[in-house]
Design a protein around this ligand. Sequence first.
Ligand code: NAD
Length: 308
Amino acid sequence: MRIVVTGGAGYIGSVLVPRLLAAGHDVRVLDNLMYGPHAILPLFIHPNFSFAEVDVTDRRALEPHLRDAEAVIHLAALVGYPLCKKLPRRAVEVNVDGARNVAELSPPEARIIYASTGSNYGEVVGICTEETPLNPLSLYGETKTRAEEIFLERPGTVSLRFATAFGIAPRLRLDLMINDFAYQAIHNRYLVIYEKHFRRTFIHIQDIAAAIQFMIERPERITHRVYNVGHDSMNYTKEQIVQLLQQRTEFLTHFAEIGSDDDKRDYEVSYARIHETGFRIEVDIERGLDEVIGALRYLRLQNPYSNV
Ligand SMILES: NC(=O)c1ccc[n+]([C@@H]2O[C@H](COP(=O)([O-])OP(=O)(O)OC[C@H]3O[C@@H](n4cnc5c(N)ncnc54)[C@H](O)[C@@H]3O)[C@@H](O)[C@H]2O)c1
């Protein structure tokens, strides 16, 4: 299948695209390379891979690259609440207007997968299903929710509300909660945790890629427009994650009673709907944490102000 992946040079894209190529698809990545090209450079050897440096806010540049797509996976975005807070105008331009461009310029018969997020649920009492009203707490969540509405107006679109990703990828992200905690635990040997009882829901990056691939390859299993993507066994409080990390590496933890986390997400999600499609995650929390702790100890970021 001819698949276009916007934002394909990012964290999710850098795991997803090699997987789609290995499965025999033709993949074209469209990305403005805001984090550089390194994650996709090894893909240029592949005969079924192509790339265009395109900004999704630029309709004219985007149009010819979408024209013959059979499927479009829309990942391009300014991701996370701190970045959107720092660049609010650009966040709306990219996450909302860029999404509208992709929705409007994709061929009508093309299947679209939109990378939505469980962040859209915000702070919820009880367990979120796909029917729970969205209550985004940040500009990031608001832009992702608006883009989801735009995509859902278009037939043939499936919106995947991912849990928070973790795990190792060619373009790594250390701002994600588990990756961040693990990096700090290994290299600073110290973690300060606010609001330790906050509940979050996680998914390994390989399983995000697998879920997107499943949605592309198994349309006969898809009976809904929106799916929470994750697994019921992957809902944890921050404190539980810290305890699991402590079983793998030695560090001190201070659970702060004073102060708060800027990230107010506190929610538990039901994954019954995606379970019905037959999709299953492969990486549980134990295996995922083993990977992250095993790998991140070799990532040494230079601190220019350190005396050692
Ligand atoms: N990682 C997660 O936990 C998670 C969870 C839920 C949803 N998502 C969604 O998945 C998508 C991908 O997230 P990620 O973690 O890979 O983030 P990322 O920041 O690593 O990747 C985003 C990619 O989009 C590209 N991009 C940004 N602005 C662009 C523009 N204007 N034009 C073209 N390309 C542009 C960037 O260069 C980057 O390669 C996002 O839409 C995000 O909201 C991610």
